[in-house]
Design a protein around this ligand. Structure first.
Ligand code: PNS
Length: 161
């Protein structure tokens, strides 16, 4: 059985994340979406909120599970028996950092390999950071995130639409 993890901050989930989840879940027996519980990062949504939103978004994908983790990704993978890391690559600017992390994780645990999916062209520009910046000024984010999340994101900035 092939178990993979798609780790990330998902703060908030974008259509680009969902695209990677949909595509990678078809390549493995089970995909665990792993939400990093990073207390050092000042996140917009709590880890519980992010897990709950991801569960809602993936409820019709039977082989997708959602969980949170803190600490090292390789340690969490050991706990859940996953050997593949899924990451999306948007542009060449992502590559250098992703390569370093992938190689470090493989060095620490040679059973772990990273599979990169190139982002679909329509999401190549998209990031959680851009969504937050845009939403904070009341910009229209409806093309960037699942529609159920739009109001939840505006609410964090006390914006009513
Ligand atoms: O969505 P992000 O913020 O780009 O995701 C980054 C993430 C969560 C994949 C990465 O920061 C991570 O794996 N963090 C857990 C700690 C860890 O294992 N770091 C890698 C050391 S090289």
């Amino acid at each position: 059985m092939t178990r993979a993890i798609y780790p990330g901050s998902f703060d908030p989930i974008t259509n680009g994340h969902l695209d990677i989840i949909e595509r990678s879940s078809k390549m493995v027996d089970e995909l665990v979406v792993g939400v990093l519980n990073n207390s050092a990062k000042n996140s917009l949504f709590s880890v519980e909120e992010r897990v709950s939103m991801l569960k809602e978004m993936t409820k019709d994908m039977p082989n997708v599970k959602v969980d949170s983790f803190d600490g090292l990704l390789v340690d969490f993978m050991e706990q859940i028996g996953a050997t593949i890391i899924i990451r999306g690559l948007r542009a060449i600017s992502d590559y250098e950092y992703e390569l370093q992390i992938a190689q470090t994780n493989h060095k620490v645990n040679p059973k772990v390999d990273t599979v990169f999916l190139t982002s679909s062209l329509e999401y190549a520009y998209l990031s959680s950071t851009i969504v937050k910046e845009f939403a904070s000024y009341g910009g229209d984010i409806s093309q960037f995130v699942p529609e159920q999340l739009v109001d939840k994101i505006y609410a964090k900035y006390n914006i009513k639409k």
